[in-house]
Design a binder for this molecule. Structure first.
Ligand SMILES: [Zn+2]
Ligand SMILES: [Zn+2]
Length: 430
């Protein structure tokens, strides 16, 4: 009898990679249908695991995905996938793919709420932008107002210093931390959204990693091809950098997150898979004084699917699927106090960058409005945008909000800017 095992976080059989692999080892099916983006083991990892195990190597793997990027298709093939299907997928398409392969072969429930003793009771929660640029640093007179360093945001909440991404802005943050802490112990958590250069390049130049007084915990999700340790140490190998990662004097711990919910001390965190090539997430931090959502790289999926004109090919199912995915994003953002969101392009520029994994300002505003966010920061500024262009995008975004008679505040993230939350625990003004 031929058997098919489905691993997909949208179905009952196995909602995550590790549970799926356990079922595969137990049942040894001939076909595995596996979602790409899952907690506790993504589709690339499942492929590699099956291909590395001689006892399971015969299994044919169909990878399914809601994200439509050629680079991911290639990575899945390299990892060992036999077929790659983009959602929504009709029963006929699945049967067809299985039919082709068979002849060759013999909800997320958020965890319990964070402890009531949340962070930030003494000092108000604070967010500071150290790098706001996308793709590559852009120093020069035309970018002094908003800044030219790539993605890096610092969050102070209670005892926690949480750093969102390690773009080149991380270097200046390192200098500031060393000046503030001097010889005192320094405990830091770095959350990486993904490992594209503009999100990791500051790490070799981050002064605390050269200090034995520093404990740095780096959290993130495995990339499409290599582990987090491999990618971060790879950029410091000898052709690229003189000091190997393993020889850094700081105490550095790299931890690959498996679940989409986690804690950094008393701060609860959640992750959401962005529509961006490879494995890329956005984070939400729930602090005592308010919430921060950070999604530096994301191409809104409805726009992406519309522009690539898949509707005529796949019909209403495709619309429904993209709408569902967008609803999940809205739920992730909903009600946040601060929303830091990819708005790399204006609408016209986006037409020439469809499928590059980034969004336009119109969609950033629309998503923020639908999610009832309080303040939107346009982020991941395009390297070709000078200060005047970014200011004009802010004006345009504010006009969109005014037309909707909405309350949303909009600004462009600016290097050096600090956002201080009003303490929720403070008494109301007299
Ligand atoms: Zn980026
Ligand atoms: Zn990226």
């Amino acid at each position: 009898m031929k058997t098919v095992l489905i691993i997909d976080d949208h179905v009952f059989e196995a909602g995550e990679g590790e549970a799926g692999l356990a079922l595969v080892r137990q049942h040894r099916p001939q076909i595995v249908l596996c979602d790409l983006l899952m907690p506790r083991g993504n589709g690339f990892q499942v492929c590699r695991e099956l291909r590395a195990n001689p006892a399971l190597r015969h299994i044919r793997i169909i990878v399914t995905t809601g994200r439509d990027y050629e680079a991911d298709r290639q990575s899945a093939c390299d990892a060992g996938a036999d077929a790659y299907l983009t959602k929504p997928i009709s029963a006929e398409a699945i049967l067809k793919a299985i039919g082709k392969l068979l002849p060759r072969v013999a909800s997320e429930n958020p965890p319990a709420a964070a402890p009531a003793a949340a962070a930030g009771k003494t000092t108000p929660v604070r967010v500071k932008f150290w790098g706001v640029r996308g793709s590559i640093p852009t120093p020069g007179p035309a970018t002094v107002q908003y800044g030219g360093n790539t993605s890096c945001v610092e969050v102070r909440a209670g005892d926690e210093i949480i750093i969102l991404d390690a773009g080149t802005g991380l270097r200046q943050l390192g200098r500031a931390l060393m000046a503030e802490f001097k010889d005192r112990p320094l405990r830091l958590t770095l959350l990486l959204t993904h490992t594209h250069w503009d999100h990791i390049q500051g790490l070799p130049f981050f002064a605390p990693v050269y200090s034995p007084n520093c404990r740095l915990r780096i959290l993130g999700y495995e990339g499409a091809r290599k582990s987090l340790v491999h990618v971060l140490s790879g950029q410091m190998e000898s052709p690229y950098f003189p000091v190997p990662f393993q020889e850094l004097p700081g105490n550095i711990e790299i931890e690959e997150l498996k679940d989409l919910h986690f804690h950094v001390g008393a701060v609860r965190g959640a992750a959401w898979f962005a529509n961006h090539p490879g494995i890329c997430v956005g984070y939400r931090l729930f602090t005592a004084d308010g919430d921060i959502v950070y999604i530096p790289d994301n191409e809104p999926i409805m726009r992406h699917r519309v522009e690539t004109a898949i509707w005529p090919k796949q019909g209403r199912d495709a619309v429904t699927f993209a709408q569902d995915e967008e609803e999940k994003m809205i739920a992730f953002l909903h009600g946040t106090d601060v929303l830091i969101l990819d708005s790399q392009y204006d609408r016209e520029e986006y037409q020439h960058h469809v499928g590059w994994g980034h969004g336009c300002v119109d969609d950033a505003v629309a998503l923020a409005l639908r999610a009832e966010a309080k303040k939107l920061f346009l982020f991941h500024h395009d390297p070709d945008h000078d200060d005047a262009k970014i200011s004009s995008m802010v004006d345009y975004a504010q006009k969109l909000v005014a037309e909707q008679k909405a309350e949303l505040a909009v600004a462009a993230a600016r290097e050096g800017e600090v956002i201080e939350f009003a303490p929720r625990s403070s008494p109301p003004p007299a």
